[in-house]
Design a protein around this ligand. Structure first.
Ligand code: MGD
Ligand code: MGD
Ligand code: SF4
Ligand code: MO
Length: 878
C-alpha cells in the first residue's frame, strides 16, 4: 500500500491543513479528508487515495461537517448529575469497582462496550477486564450485530476470519445480497458494486422478505418467507451435490460433508415461500456461476438460528471451493466502523485477544505472561442479553458502559433501562450527556468524539486505517482509552501507563506477534515499528503472498487444517399467535445512524425519513382500518410503541418493518426495541431483532399536530417526534384527548402566548403563530386528521416575516417541493414527480440533469430509480 501523507498541506484552504482520517459510521471504512476552517467548521470530502472508497462518500459521510458543533456535548464529568473533576470521577469508579470485586468477586462487575470504540480503546478495556480484573464480563454491542458471523466462522474455519476483500464484489459474475440493505447501510460499497455491474454486467440477486432500495439495482429479488434463509441455502447445497457442482479438488480439504448434506435434505422448497420458478432460477444461477460472492448482514445474523444460517451459506462456498479466490467467497459485511477491530482485539465475552482462544490454557498463559497480569479470566463472560439480566437480578453490581446506548438499542429495551436504573453503580462514557443511557448513570464521563481523537479502525475487508484528530477536545472531554487506563491505574494495576494511542498500538502489535507464534492468523507485529502517525491503510495478513485473502489454498485454522462443513437443520422462527399476529422486522434508514446522537443533529439528514414509522402492507392496513399517515399502536409482550403508518407493498402482508433509530430524546413512543423480544441464538447469543410477534391497531388519536420552533420544545402528549430544521426544530404531535383550551395548550408548549391564531372549532382545526419583532419564532397546526401542511415550507419561514405563516403552504407561484429525497441538493418528492410527469426524467441521469438530484453522493439514486420505475409506468398505464 503506498504511503499517503497523513496531513496534506492546504491547496484549497489557504494556510490550513487537510487531515486524512476515516469515516466514523459504517463498516465500509471510507477515507475522509477533513479541512478545518479554524473557526470550528470543517469541510469533509472523500479521500481519493483511500482504497475503500477512492474519493466517494455517502450522504452520512458527506454531512459529517454538520454534526461537529459542540452544543449539547458533555463537557465535564458528572457525579449524580453534578459537575465534578476528573480525579473525583475516576477515583469513584475505581473505588466502586474495587470494593464490589472485593466483596462479591470479579464477576460482579462488567464492561459493556462498542464496535465504535477505536482499536486502542478496545485493547485497553479488554486488558483491564480479562487480564487484571480477571473476569470476562466484557461484552459489546457487536453481540447484537456480528456475533452469529463470528460463531459461524469459528465453526467452519477454526477462527473468526473474513476470507474476502471488497474487490471480490467487482471481480464476481454474481453477487448475492442476503439480509443486507447494502444501498442504505453500506452505500459506497453498493456504489462500487453498481459500477462493476455497469462495466461488466455482474448479476445481482437480493434475498430479503422486504423490497428495499437495494433491489432497485438487482436482477432478481427473492422475497423469501421471513427467516427461511437456511432452508434456501440447504436446498442450494443439495442442488450443488445432485448436479455434480461440488468441487472434487476441494472436498478433500473439508470434513463433515456427508452429515451436512444429509441435514440439508430435510429442507423443503415450500419452506422458502418462493415460487418454483424463482427458486429454480436462483439455484441454477448460483450453481452455474463460478465467480460468486454471497454478502450477508443482519437479516442473517440477527436471528434465533443466525449461526446456523451463516454456516448454511458457508457450506455452499466450501463445497464448491468458491472461497478466498478473486471474485469468490462468502462475505459478512460489518456494520460499525470498528466492528472488525473489536473482533481482532477480542472484545467479545467469549474471545481472547488476537484471535486467541479464551478457553485454551496455553493461549491464556501466553497472554498473561505478555501482560504480566496477576490473574486471567478462565471462562467466557456474560453475553449482552445475559449481562443485563445479571444487572437486573443484582449479580452484576457495578457496570461501566462506553460508546453505546443500550437503553435504546438492546432488545426488550424498557427492561434493560429498568435494569440499568436499578444497578448499584453505573458509569457511562459518552460524547453526549442526555442520551437515554447517560441519563441513568451515577458517573458520567465526557468522551472525545470523532475528529477529536486518534486511533485505528478495521473495516469489513480487514483494512486497518487511522482515525486522526483535527479538532481540539471540547471542554474536559478525554479519549476512552485514557479513561479506562486511568481507572486501571487507580485500581492499582500496572501496565496501563501509555501516554498515547501509538504506544497502545505498538503493544497490541507486539502481542499479535506472540499470537502469531501460537499459530494465530492475526499477526500484525510487522506494524510494530511503523510510523503510527503516517500509517497508511493496510490489509492483514501483512504477507503479500496471500493476496489479502484466506482459505483459497484449502488451508484452514482448524486442528486438522481442514474446513468444516456444519450440518444445519433449518427451522423457521416461532409462529406468531392470535394475540400477536404480525411479525415485526426492524432495521435502518438511509440517513440516520443508530440512536441518532450525531446524524440527528443534521437538518439535512433528518429530511429524508425524519419520523419513526411502520411500513405495513396495504391489505393489513385496510383490514386494521389504518389510514396512510395515521398512527399505529404496536404492542408486544415486552412493550408498546406508536409509529406513523407508511402503507406500502414493499413489505409482505403480516410482516411490517420499523426502523430502530428513535429514542426518548427524539420520539419517546417510537422506541422500537421496547417491542423487540430478547430471544437469542443459542450458539452466538445474538438477539433475533428481526422477527418479534406484535399486535397492531390504529392509535385512536383525538387530534394531530405539527409544530416548528426556533427554540427546543418539550411536548407532553401521547405521541411526539422531533427533528432538527435549519434554525430550529419541527415536531409531529398527537394525543388521544383534545385539551379544552387550545390557545392555552399552545402557550404552554411554546412558553409564551401566540401572536396570531386561526381556529375553526367546528372542523377541529387550530393554528397559532409565535412572533417576535415581526419574525416568526414558532407555529403549530392542529387538526382531527393527520395535519396537511407543507412542512418544509413552514420550517423555512422560521426567522422570516410572520405574515402568511398560518396558511401552511407556499403561495400559488411557489410550488411545494414536498418531502426531501435527495438530501445533498435538497430535491423534494413533488419536484421529482413533476419532472417525471412532464417527461423530463426517463432515467436517473436525466433526472440529475433536470434537477440535480442524485448527482452528488449518489445515496438516493436507488430511490430515484424506483420513483421513475413506478411513476413513469403509472403515467404510461393511465
Ligand atoms: N444508514 C445506516 N447505515 C448503517 C447503520 C445505520 O444505523 N444507518 N448501521 C450500521 C450497522 S452497525 C450495521 S450492523 C449495518 C446493518 O446493515 P444491514 O444488515 O444491511 O441493515 P438492516 O436494515 O439492519 O437489515 C438488513 C435487511 O435484513 C432484512 N431481513 C429481515 N429479516 C430477514 C430474513 O429473515 N431474511 C433475510 N434474507 N433478510 C431479512 C431486512 O428487511 C433488512 O432490509 O448497517 C451499518 N450501516
Ligand atoms: N431493533 C433493532 N435493534 C438493534 C438493531 C436492529 O437492527 N434492530 N441493530 C443492532 C446493532 S447491529 C447495533 S450495532 C446496535 C447499535 O446501537 P448503539 O451502539 O446503542 O447505538 P449508537 O447510537 O451508535 O450508540 C453510540 C453511543 O456512543 C456515543 N459516542 C459517540 N462518539 C463517542 C466516543 O468517541 N466515545 C464514547 N464513549 N461515546 C461516543 C454516542 O453519542 C451514542 O450514545 O443496535 C442494535 N439494536
Ligand atoms: S459508506 Fe458512508 S457511512 Fe459508510 S464509511 Fe463510507 S461515507 Fe461513511
Ligand atoms: Mo451493527
Amino acid at each position: 500500500m503506498s504511503g499517503s501523507p497523513a496531513i496534506l498541506r492546504a491547496s484549497r484552504h489557504e494556510g490550513a491543513s487537510i487531515i486524512r482520517t476515516t469515516c466514523p459510521y459504517c463498516g465500509v471504512g471510507c477515507g475522509v479528508l477533513a479541512a478545518p476552517d479554524g473557526k470550528g467548521g470543517v469541510t469533509v470530502t472523500g479521500d481519493p487515495d483511500h482504497p475503500a472508497n477512492r474519493g466517494r462518500l455517502c450522504v452520512k459521510g458527506a454531512a459529517l461537517g454538520e454534526t461537529l458543533a459542540t452544543d449539547g456535548r458533555l463537557l465535564a464529568p458528572r457525579i449524580n448529575g453534578a459537575e465534578a473533576g476528573w480525579d473525583a470521577a475516576l477515583y469513584l469508579i475505581a473505588q466502586r469497582f474495587a470494593r464490589t470485586i472485593a466483596m462479591h468477586g470479579p464477576d460482579s462487575v462488567a464492561l459493556y462496550v462498542s464496535g465504535q470504540l477505536l482499536t486502542e480503546d478496545y485493547y485497553v478495556a479488554n486488558k483491564l477486564m480479562k487480564g487484571f480484573i480477571g473476569s470476562a464480563n466484557i461484552d459489546t454491542n457487536s453481540r447484537l450485530c456480528m456475533a452469529s458471523s463470528v460463531a459461524g466462522h469459528r465453526r467452519a474455519f477454526g477462527t473468526d476470519t473474513v476470507p474476502g476483500q471488497y474487490e471480490d464484489l467487482e471481480l464476481a459474475d454474481l453477487v448475492v445480497l442476503v439480509g443486507s440493505n447494502l444501498a442504505w447501510c453500506h452505500p459506497v460499497l453498493h456504489q462500487r458494486l453498481l459500477a462493476a455491474k455497469a462495466a461488466r454486467g455482474t448479476k445481482i440477486v437480493v434475498i430479503d422478505p422486504r423490497r428495499t432500495a437495494t433491489c432497485e439495482g438487482a436482477d432478481l429479488h427473492l422475497a423469501l418467507a421471513p427467516g427461511a434463509d437456511a432452508h434456501l441455502f440447504n436446498l442450494l447445497l443439495c442442488h450443488l451435490f445432485d448436479r455434480g457442482r461440488s468441487c472434487t479438488d476441494f472436498l478433500p480439504r473439508l470434513t463433515g460433508t456427508d452429515v451436512a448434506v444429509a441435514a440439508a435434505r430435510t429442507s423443503r422448497a415450500e419452506d422458502t415461500g418462493l415460487s418454483p420458478a424463482d427458486l429454480d432460477g436462483f439455484l441454477a444461477l448460483w450453481a452455474g456461476t463460478e465467480k460468486v460472492v454471497t454478502v450477508y448482514s443482519q437479516g442473517i445474523n440477527q436471528s434465533d438460528s443466525g449461526t446456523d444460517k451463516v454456516n448454511a451459506i458457508l457450506n455452499c462456498h466450501l463445497a464448491t471451493g468458491r472461497i478466498g479466490r478473486p471474485g469468490m467467497g462468502p462475505f459478512s459485511v460489518t456494520g460499525q466502523p470498528n466492528a472488525m477491530g473489536g473482533r481482532e482485539v477480542g472484545g467479545l465475552a467469549n474471545m481472547l485477544a488476537c484471535h486467541l482462544d479464551l478457553e485454551n490454557p496455553a493461549h491464556r498463559a501466553a497472554v498473561q505472561r505478555f501482560w504480566a497480569s496477576p490473574t486471567m479470566a478462565e471462562r467466557p463472560g456474560l453475553k449482552a442479553v445475559d449481562m443485563f439480566r445479571a444487572v437486573e437480578d443484582g449479580r452484576i453490581k457495578a457496570l461501566w458502559i462506553l460508546h453505546t446506548n443500550p437503553a435504546v438499542s438492546m432488545p426488550d429495551a424498557d427492561r434493560v433501562a429498568r435494569a440499568i436504573a436499578s444497578c448499584d453503580f453505573v458509569a457511562v462514557s459518552d460524547a453526549f450527556g442526555s442520551t437515554d443511557t447517560a441519563r441513568l448513570a451515577h458517573v458520567l464521563l465526557p468522551a472525545t468524539a470523532w475528529g477529536e481523537k486518534d486511533g485505528t479502525v478495521t473495516n469489513s475487508e480487514r483494512m486497518m486505517s487511522r482515525q486522526r484528530a483535527f479538532l481540539p477536545a471540547p471542554g474536559q472531554a478525554r479519549p476512552d482509552w485514557w479513561q479506562l487506563a486511568q481507572v486501571a491505574r487507580r485500581m492499582g494495576f500496572s501496565g496501563f501507563d501509555w501516554t498515547s494511542p501509538a504506544e497502545i498500538f505498538s503493544e497490541y502489535a507486539a502481542l499479535s506477534g506472540v499470537a502469531g507464534a501460537l499459530g494465530s492468523d492475526f499477526d500484525i507485529s510487522g506494524l510494530r515499528g511503523a510510523d503510527y502517525e503516517a500509517l497508511a491503510p493496510v490489509v492483514w495478513p501483512l504477507a503479500a503472498r496471500k493476496g489479502g485473502r484466506f482459505f483459497g489454498d484449502g488451508r484452514f485454522h482448524t486442528p486438522d487444517g481442514r474446513g468444516r462443513m456444519v450440518p444445519v437443520t433449518a427451522r423457521l422462527p416461532e409462529a406468531t399467535s392470535a394475540e400477536h399476529p404480525f411479525r415485526l422486522n426492524t432495521g435502518r434508514v438511509r440517513d440516520q445512524w443508530h440512536t441518532m446522537t450525531r446524524t440527528g443533529l443534521s437538518s439535512r439528514l433528518s429530511q429524508h425519513l425524519g419520523e419513526p414509522y411502520l411500513e405495513i402492507h396495504p391489505a393489513d392496513a385496510a383490514r386494521l382500518g389504518l389510514a396512510p399517515a395515521a398512527l399505529a399502536e404496536v404492542t408486544s409482550p415486552q412493550g408498546r410503541a406508536i409509529l406513523r403508518a407508511m402503507v406500502s407493498d414493499a413489505v409482505a402482508p403480516g410482516h411490517p418493518f420499523a426502523p430502530m433509530h428513535w429514542t426518548g430524546e427524539t420520539a419517546p413512543s417510537g422506541r422500537v426495541d421496547a417491542l423487540v423480544a430478547a430471544v437469542t441464538d443459542l450458539v452466538s447469543g445474538q438477539p433475533a431483532s428481526k422477527s418479534t410477534p406484535v399486535a397492531i391497531r390504529p392509535f385512536s388519536a383525538g387530534w394531530y399536530g405539527f409544530a416548528v420552533s426556533s427554540h427546543d420544545l418539550a411536548p407532553a402528549c401521547d405521541y411526539w417526534a422531533k427533528a432538527p430544521v435549519v434554525g430550529g426544530v419541527q415536531v409531529e404531535l398527537a394525543g388521544a384527548c383534545a385539551p379544552d383550551d387550545w390557545a392555552d395548550w399552545a402557550s404552554r408548549l411554546f412558553g409564551t402566548a401566540p401572536t396570531a391564531a386561526v381556529s375553526d372549532p367546528g372542523r377541529g382545526t387550530h393554528r397559532f403563530a409565535f412572533a417576535q419583532d415581526g419574525q416568526l419564532k414558532g407555529a403549530v397546526f392542529v387538526a382531527r386528521d393527520p395535519v396537511l401542511v407543507a412542512r418544509g415550507h413552514v420550517a423555512s419561514m422560521l426567522g422570516k416575516a410572520e405574515s402568511g405563516a398560518l396558511a401552511g403552504r407556499p403561495g400559488a407561484d411557489q410550488p411545494d417541493p414536498g418531502p426531501t429525497v435527495c438530501a445533498c441538493l435538497n430535491v423534494g418528492l413533488n419536484s421529482i414527480l413533476r419532472a417525471i410527469a412532464e417527461g423530463h426524467a426517463l432515467s436517473v441521469q436525466s433526472l440529475g440533469e433536470a434537477l440535480g438530484a442524485g448527482t452528488n453522493c449518489g445515496s438516493c439514486r436507488p430511490e430515484l430509480a424506483a420513483l421513475i420505475h413506478r411513476h413513469s409506468h403509472r403515467e404510461a398505464a393511465e
